[in-house]
Design a protein around this ligand. Structure first.
Ligand code: AMP
Length: 450
């Protein structure tokens, strides 16, 4: 054993790599994929005391588990790290030097724009195969057709099928790392076999949301079916591996298929989105305590993101979900960031976005604070659409001149004061989430919300 073996401190999360039946009464049996928390060391450095997700405790062998960590993105995470974009034939040949049979990359074709070229090293030479793009499908031999590059590479990795060799080793693009490897190294890869998709529960912008079963637990699964979109979501899914808070919808793991599909598995939020929850139940069912509790739940999540220098960019009641036990949790953090940065300003959720973010794309924690003010207004109006009766095109010019929405009916004045603070035009003068949380707590304890 290496003398440098690090000892995992209590609280370390790990995932079982193998099944372990246990040999003594004290042992905690493990099933591959179980998530465990270390609770202490034993006299033997190869064994730990640990607790599983249902609270059972016992000793476990250290080499049967893998530490679960945030996915580090030292390089750009990619599902297609062998894709080099627009490089020339000569550049491809230099990249595949020294020769190694089966070393390959894919580039965009220079001669046939829109097509690709598969470059493979074989017996000291580089072969270039044209991949034609026809009617939305890709093919090398015009016999076998593929939906996307990942499926094509997957096929020729299994079998040469007419090429000089099967594809053996990807030549990674400089600065990229294979997302599949990074997620499994960090303990976040889920096997597709363990995930059952049961039924669709919603439609997101990029794919279906399904309710599923993962090892006996009800889960929500975001299914992103297109390889290019999946690639854009990877970096953000890696952010989710680094964040953990009771008021953030928790990531459970990801499935990355060779076919380019991506499944993002999160905890299941039985009561759906906050905006639907408020609209469907309304004033007669939901009391002031409950509204304040939702507001505080979201504020605590946002304070945590603020402390971790993470900007949400799309905070709104539609992106907050409610659990079975009525806890509000912020969702889509990390997933929306990439999406909105590529969106043109016309597509931004104008009514929720701060003036400086709309004007100069300056997103910051302070622009999230602005959105939080709008979210508070949504909560206290039981899910109404903000700026009622103002045509969308007039919202920004009026807001820029200092217009602020009125307090929703029945909204406690102390809560309305907080909304107005969030809508301070100068982002520097807007309060932080920490200050907001303190103010909200003060409202709760002094019963100013009644
Ligand atoms: P989204 O793509 O995040 O906007 O999700 C679309 C819809 O799917 C939401 O409005 C919810 O109704 C549902 N949904 C998303 N995530 C979950 C989850 N973790 N638990 C339950 N329902 C969810």
């Amino acid at each position: 054993m290496s003398g440098l073996q690090t000892i995992w401190p209590p609280g370390t999360e790990c995932v079982a790599r193998y099944n372990f039946a246990g040999t003594t009464e004290q042992d905690l049996p493990l099933c591959k994929g179980d998530v465990l928390t270390i609770i202490g060391v034993t006299k033997d450095p190869n064994w730990y005391k640990a607790k599983n997700s249902v609270g059972q405790e016992g000793t476990i062998p250290a080499n049967y588990v893998q530490k679960r960590e945030g996915v580090k993105s030292g390089g750009k995470l990619s599902l297609m790290p062998w894709f080099h974009g627009k490089i020339t034939r000569d550049q491809a040949e230099r990249l595949l030097y020294p020769p190694e049979t089966g070393l390959f990359l894919v580039r965009e074709s220079t001669n046939y724009p829109g097509d690709y070229t598969l470059c493979v090293s074989c017996d000291g030479k580089v072969e270039h195969y044209r991949i034609i793009y026809l009617n939305g499908k890709l093919s090398i031999d015009e016999e076998e057709y593929f939906e996307n590059l990942m499926q094509l590479v997957e096929h020729y990795t299994k079998d040469a099928d007419g090429l000089c060799t099967r594809l053996i080793k990807p030549k990674l693009m400089e600065g990229t790392v294979a997302a599949q490897d990074e997620f499994s190294k960090s303990g976040w890869a889920i096997s597709r076999k363990e995930l059952k998709l049961i039924q669709s529960i919603g439609k997101g912008e990029f794919g279906d949301v399904m309710v599923g079963d993962y090892r006996g637990t009800k889960v929500a699964v975001k299914c992103i079916k297109h390889d290019a979109t999946a690639n854009a979501f990877i970096a953000e899914a890696s952010v989710m591996t680094r964040l953990r808070h009771n008021n953030l919808v928790q990531l459970l793991g990801v499935v990355m298929e060779e076919t380019g599909s991506l499944f993002i598995v999160t905890e299941y939020m039985a009561k759906g989105s906050l905006v639907d929850y408020l609209r469907s139940r309304g004033r007669s069912v939901i009391g002031g305590d409950c509204l304040l509790k939702f507001s505080l739940d979201v504020c605590e999540a946002m304070e945590y993101l603020e402390d971790n220098n993470f900007v949400h960019r799309d905070l709104a009641a539609r992106n907050v979900l409610v659990s079975e036990d009525n806890i509000a949790k912020v969702s889509d953090f990390g997933l929306t960031k990439e999406a909105s940065s590529t969106q043109d300003t016309a597509k931004l959720p104008v009514k929720w976005t701060s003036p400086e973010a709309l004007r100069e794309k300056k997103f910051s924690t302070k622009s999230d604070v602005w959105s939080y003010g709008i979210l508070l207004w949504e909560i206290y109006s039981f899910g109404r659409v903000p700026y009622p009766r103002i045509p969308l095109k007039d919202v920004v010019p009026r807001v820029e001149k200092g217009y602020k929405m009125d307090a929703p009916d029945g909204c406690p004045p102390a809560v309305y004061e907080i909304m107005k603070l969030c809508w301070t035009l100068d982002p520097v003068a807007r309060p932080s989430f920490r200050v907001l949380r303190e103010k909200m707590e003060h409202i709760r304890t002094s019963e100013l919300h009644l």
